[in-house]
Write a protein that binds this ligand. Structure first.
Ligand SMILES: C[S@@+](CC[C@H](N)C(=O)[O-])C[C@H]1O[C@@H](n2cnc3c(N)ncnc32)[C@H](O)[C@@H]1O
Length: 252
């Protein structure tokens, strides 16, 4: 187990600060093609799951520096990115300043949902956001409120069954699969370690499913995506188990 990984308690404001600090690093990592998981695993999984979605009004939940917003902006008639991190939103706005149908808001999705008419969106996407939220149910309630009936909610998360093993904390005394545990760790991707601290929340898979059902989502498709065989062999080496989970739900 890596000693720099440990359980913690955090506030929204602290989470916001962490993503503010890492925003320029994420901007560089993704734009320079260093984040292989983003490019080869997560983005293709979202593309696959949104193939039949309605792109008239799209919401990117926890949009970070806006690469998912950008990727889907060509398909969308109107697209909104929302993120707690002000610095991430500034970078997203800068990159998409020519896309007049793309709009960004730096606030929590919970706050955004209170300021926006219900049923305003035809599709919500959340790439790797749900496991960074301190309160899963309140985030899901906000997304459910913003979607119209029949709309898709497509999201990716770190795989609840395998991520702790991949990061090496599954054998730590404090880790119990069945509990919700807030974990602080240095942010790293396969070929780049920033040393910057971010926080994620381990939750059992059943908690994701029961929370989705509780707020009115029907789970329609589940993927455990793997990188394609033509990916850099150095990256492929440690891929024995799935690292991520990608899910499509329908707002009932
Ligand atoms: C792992 S990053 C993913 C960013 C982006 N989706 C991407 O694909 O690069 C998680 C993001 O979720 C945001 N976030 C976490 N909880 C949130 C909430 N309740 N409302 C809005 N954003 C949130 C964080 O600020 C962070 O930028």
């Amino acid at each position: 187990m890596t000693e720099s990984i440990h359980p913690t308690h955090k506030s929204h404001a602290e989470i916001e600060k962490e993503w503010d600090a890492i925003a320029p690093i994420r901007d560089t990592q993704i734009s320079q093609g260093k984040d292989i998981s983003f490019l080869k695993v997560l983005l293709p999984a979202i593309e696959q799951l949104t193939i039949s979605s309605n792109f008239s009004r799209v919401l990117d939940v926890g949009c970070g520096v806006g690469f998912i917003t950008e990727a889907f902006s060509t398909k969308a008639n109107y697209i909104v990115g929302v993120d707690l991190s002000k610095r991430s939103i500034e970078l997203a706005q800068k990159r998409l300043h020519d896309a007049h149908h793309a709009h960004f808001y730096s606030r929590s999705i919970e706050e955004f949902s209170q300021q926006t008419a219900p049923h305003s969106f035809s599709l919500a996407i959340a790439n790797m956001t749900l496991m960074t939220s301190l309160d899963l149910l309140s985030l899901l309630r906000a997304v459910a409120r913003l979607l119209c009936t029949g709309a898709h909610f497509v999201f990716t998360i770190t795989h609840p069954c395998f991520w702790s093993h991949y990061w090496g904390y599954d054998t730590a005394d404090w880790f119990h699969y069945n509990q919700e545990i807030v974990v602080e760790a240095p942010f790293k991707i396969s070929f780049d370690t920033s040393g910057t601290i971010t926080t994620h929340v381990h939750r059992p898979l059943s908690q994701y499913f029961s929370s989705l059902i509780e707020v009115g989502f029907l789970i329609e498709a589940v993927l455990e995506p793997f990188p394609p065989p033509d990916t850099d062999p150095k990256y492929l080496r440690n891929w024995k188990q799935p690292r991520f989970l990608a899910i499509r739900c329908v707002r009932e």
